[in-house]
Design a protein around this ligand. Structure first.
Ligand SMILES: Nc1ncnc2c1ncn2[C@@H]1O[C@H](COP(=O)(O)OP(=O)(O)O)[C@@H](O)[C@H]1O
Ligand SMILES: [Mg+2]
Length: 317
């Protein structure tokens, strides 16, 4: 078995009284894209910073490309790229000069740095804007240049910390295209995100992080299958909501959630459970609920996340 590109065991990191990572375990096979998913404050950035050797862990171990992030930090640094939410490129020079400078800094030599910059600009559709000052770039362009800047050294492992947060849909799409192209070329990518659709589109596997630990992981398909199907019932009168909640609680494994403003109740069926529409409508009828609309649909990762973080018995903060 070849060693995983990223192997994290029991990683802990606190800032004063705040425990940002409380025993993080994560394995990312080489050549795959892992989506580290979690709400604000879950510990995503701290995890990336520890893996990128920018912060020291308090306990546990982490290896990147086989190198220990504490004892072999220099080797780790040489084999990774890092791009984040806040673009780290120089504003007062052009995009092309940014990439050339980075290449020179990493010892590519003037000719090497020049051709590497040209290649990357071409490959990631930045050639047209390459000779403009970065100061004049839109937020989306800057973020894309920042991503490309992390690729100058052709790192086998790339960390992307919320690469599309705050971007418009089109810029997000462009970043996604770039990540996909890298993944196809064999780069291992660890991507943090608050957007479940982003993880769904890009990630081979997803780890859901909450309060500094992984509370669930698997392929997006497996995570969705684990909560079964999604049932949405809209009742004719708001007064029938409570009854509808009771009917659904009996039928499904999930905890029904009512939205009074929409007169709607939603629930997930639970793993392996199928609920037939006729049976559902019959049970609602029998309870005196007239349903205005009943829908069964496959869950999205958003549903998975809500089901996970609303699950009873979940560790309190
Ligand atoms: N440098 C720091 N000093 C103090 N607290 C921090 C620091 N960095 C992160 N934290 C805290 O650690 C927790 C996890 O933060 P972070 O890793 O940034 O989460 P995420 O990236 O998922 O939003 C939060 O409670 C945050 O306030
Ligand atoms: Mg963060």
């Amino acid at each position: 078995m070849t060693e995983a590109a990223i192997a994290v065991v029991g990683l802990r990191k606190s800032f004063g009284k705040t425990a940002a990572l409380r025993g993080l375990d994560l394995t990312v096979p080489a050549g795959t894209v892992c989506g580290l998913l979690g709400p604000n404050g879950a510990g995503k950035t701290t995890a990336v910073r520890v893996l990128a050797t920018l912060a020291a862990p308090d306990a546990g171990s982490a290896r990147v490309n086989g190198f220990d992030v504490v004892r072999q930090a220099a080797q780790v640094r040489r084999s990774i790229g890092l791009a984040g939410q806040h673009a780290a490129v120089e504003e007062g020079i052009t995009g092309r000069d940014n990439l050339r400078l980075i290449g020179r800094y990493h010892g590519l030599g003037s000719r090497g740095a020049r051709s590497r910059a040209d290649d990357l600009l071409e490959r990631f559709d930045l050639a047209e804007v390459a000779d403009r000052l970065v100061r004049t770039y839109s937020g989306g362009l800057r973020r894309r240049l920042d991503l490309v800047a992390s690729l100058v050294t052709a790192p086998p492992v790339l960390f992307l910390d919320e690469p599309t947060t705050g971007l418009d849909p089109r810029s997000r799409q462009e970043i996604w295209d770039a990540v996909r192209e890298l993944a196809e070329g064999g780069t291992t990518v660890l991507l943090t995100t608050q957007y479940l659709d982003e993880a769904d589109r890009l990630a081979d596997a997803v780890a859901v992080l909450d309060h500094g630990t992984v509370i669930e992981h698997g392929t997006p398909g497996r995570l969705k299958a684990a909560i079964g199907i999604r049932i949405e019932v809209t009742v004719a009168q708001a007064a029938q909501l409570d009854t509808a909640v009771r009917v659904l609680a009996d039928l499904a494994a999930g905890v029904p959630v009512a939205d009074p403003a929409e007169r709607r109740v939603e629930v997930t069926s639970g793993a392996g459970r199928t609920i037939a529409l006729p049976q559902l409508v019959r049970e609602l009828d029998a309870a005196g609920v007239s349903a205005q609309d009943v829908a069964l649909r496959t869950p999205s990762l958003d549903d998975v996340f809500l089901a996970l973080t609303a699950a009873p018995g979940r560790a309190a903060r």
